[in-house]
Ligand binder design. Structure first.
Ligand code: HEC
Ligand code: HEC
Length: 186
């Protein structure tokens, strides 16, 4: 064997040692963890191609009438509050009929114990223009952002914890006052 052959052999031996050290345990690992079938993926037990058997869990929406329900703590600072009360007879919100406004417009809200629409809903947030008490058109379909809740177990536990800088932010919003926080305007 000449020198060059000996060197190639040494390199190959080292390479084999490295491979047997690295790949060996990896292969064993693969055998231990059986591959998952599609049915086992995710948190639903059915095939991803079948919609018939797996019914999404449904709960009951609140049946407590407005005025008697309890406000739900805000999910995070200036998040859209969740709807705590029954919505029977109020939906759908139509172009010429929005029942939510009957109670939530500031002029009615106070006497009814409802939370008045905030200033942000009477402001054009694109231009910053104060609409002087006229509701911004983008806010008309309330349930694009505000939703009711049902009491069902979460399929995946939500560990998100909101940080409220002020105690009041847990139950009320001040978006318009805080929107430009940290932004320098000329
Ligand atoms: C008959 C009056 C009435 C109507 C109509 C009404 N609400 Fe309410 N709403 C209330 C009252 C009163 C509260 C406060 C909780 C309570 O006392 O039940 C409230 C609470 C809320 C809250 C929670 C506010 C907070 O500070 O946490 C949201 C969001 C809300 N309503 C959205 C709506 C939407 C959206 C509609 C239309 C689909 C609607 N409401 C229709 C009276 C009403
Ligand atoms: C585009 C999303 C969006 C739409 C549409 C919308 N809201 Fe809101 N709403 C929010 C957000 C975000 C907040 C919290 C930040 C703020 O005050 O703007 C809020 C806050 C509120 C509050 C709490 C005010 C306070 O002082 O704490 C009420 C009540 C409310 N909205 C009712 C309504 C009703 C009723 C409608 C329909 C007429 C509506 N909103 C439409 C996003 C929306």
């Amino acid at each position: 064997m000449n020198n060059q052959h000996a060197r190639v052999l040494t390199v190959m031996t080292i390479a084999m040692m490295i491979l047997s050290l690295g790949v060996g345990p990896a292969l064993a690992e693969k055998k231990k963890h059986k591959e998952k079938s599609e049915e086992e993926l995710g948190f639903r037990s059915e095939s991803l191609y079948s919609e018939e058997k797996e019914k999404p869990a449904h709960g009951e929406y609140s049946k407590t009438e407005p005025g008697k329900s309890r406000r739900i703590e805000r999910a995070f600072e200036n998040s859209p509050p969740l709807i705590p009360h029954d919505l029977t007879g109020m939906l759908p919100i139509a172009e010429t009929n929005n029942a939510c406004l009957n109670c939530h417009m500031p002029e009615h809200a106070k006497s009814l114990g409802a939370t008045p629409l905030p200033k942000s809903h009477f402001t054009d947030l694109v231009t910053g223009m104060d609409l002087k008490g006229k509701l911004d058109g983008h806010r008309y379909p309330c349930m694009e952002c505000h939703v009711p809740q049902v009491n069902i177990p979460e399929p995946i536990k939500n560990t998100f914890k909101a940080d409220f800088r002020k105690k009041e932010s847990r139950t009320s919003s001040d978006l318009l006052e805080s929107l430009n926080e940290g932004v320098k305007t000329e």
